[in-house]
Design a protein. Structure first.
Length: 363
């Protein structure tokens, strides 16, 4: 990145504006390399002076994991094709570009310039904040409900996205789960450890089951670090994993990672019912609440897996925050006996999922 590079970007926004100085204020390496810049220019006030740049990760492990499914390229395509439709607050885009040999580059207006506060993975949300996030998720899910497989504009978010990721994740599931559980140490009870390894061995079959629900647009990585707040209203960041999927999966991921376990236990059913009612108010019909609870229970396996795998790979999230989210997801999966629900709903290795089976909820 140079003044000449910044000038080319500014020229696309304002022909007469001139860049005088460019300074890097921070570099953070995780699933991507995230660079914050201060750009001095004489352009209009609408052209931000603080930029947030996402580039391919400098962490080789994270780069290997993210390069095959082209996660940053997917986020760039999201901002170029879908972002403007969403009924949720998003950062302003200055450039979203995919280059075959140079990789992908995403340049956003830095949130601090727009009086927004980025979330942190370690954040513990209040019930009021959770209600607002679930309201935003319900708005997104309702808008795209039933459209992902019928509208050609969204077909790129379907099976082809999941196929590459699931193949890679299935091959690596057992070694990464073992590595992650080993790094946690005694923080995971033996019975949960055994269930997690069994889940990893049959991860491909289970992933197909978890994808077998009403399809909509899902964020798929909705933890506190991928939120931002402006005037106490939430917005969503980091759309690298965006896809067609089951909306309740976003809800499970969010509630399992964003709330303290005691708060989640006290308010979980009320929050889930509010989400269900919001979908109905926005036109989603025929969604049974008991069925929604079952699917929620099943989808809680994924945030646990995702956080353990993140720890195993290393360098993708602050380790103390990662361990805190594992603790929260572990509590959720044990409260709902999610691995037991998966085994009952789909005896892995013995056939296809039972589409109509329901499991009594006991929390």
């Amino acid at each position: 990145m140079s003044i000449a590079w910044a000038q080319r970007l500014v020229d696309c926004q304002s022909i007469a504006a001139k860049v005088d100085r460019l300074a890097v204020t921070s570099v953070d390496v995780g699933t991507t390399t995230r660079v914050r810049l201060v750009v001095d220019h004489d352009g209009p006030d609408s052209l931000p002076g603080q930029w947030f740049v996402k580039l391919p990760s400098l962490n080789w492990r994270a780069r290997v994991i993210t390069s095959l499914p082209q996660l940053l390229a997917r986020e760039v395509r999201f901002y170029n094709t879908i972002a403007s439709e969403l009924p949720v607050s998003l950062p302003s885009v200055l450039m979203a570009q995919n280059r075959r040999y140079r990789g992908s580059t995403l340049v956003l207006a830095d949130l601090h310039e727009t009086a927004a506060v980025p979330g942190n993975s370690c954040d513990t949300l209040t019930v009021a904040q959770a209600q607002k996030v679930l309201g935003q998720l319900a708005a997104i899910h309702a808008q795209y409900w039933g459209k992902m497989q019928s509208d050609p504009r969204y077909l790129w978010l379907g099976d082809s996205v999941r196929r590459v990721e699931n193949t890679l994740a299935t091959v690596l599931a057992v070694p990464l789960m073992r590595q992650g559980l080993s790094r946690i140490g005694h923080g995971i009870p033996p019975e949960l450890r055994r269930s997690a390894l069994l889940y990893a061995r049959h991860r491909g079959e289970i992933a197909r089951m978890l994808a077998d629900g009403p399809q909509t647009l899902v964020h798929y990585d909705c933890h506190p670090g991928n939120l931002f707040w402006r005037e106490n209203e939430p917005g969503l960041l980091d759309w690298q994993l965006v896809r067609s999927g089951e909306g309740i999966g976003d809800v499970a991921y969010f509630l399992a990672t964003a709330l303290a376990p005691e708060t989640r236990r006290a308010h979980e059913l009320d929050l889930l019912r509010a989400y269900w009612l919001a979908l109905q108010e926005k036109g989603v019909a025929g969604l049974d609440f008991e069925r929604l609870l079952l699917r929620y229970r099943l989808h809680l396996a994924y945030p646990f897996e995702a956080m353990v795998v993140t720890l195993a790979i290393g360098g993708m999230m602050n380790e103390q925050c990662n361990l805190k989210l594992i603790e929260r997801a572990s509590a959720a999966i044990q409260d709902w006996d999610s691995f037991g629900a998966i085994a009952e709903s789909f005896p892995v290795g013995k056939g296809k999922p039972s589409a109509g089976k329901r499991i009594a909820v006991n929390i």
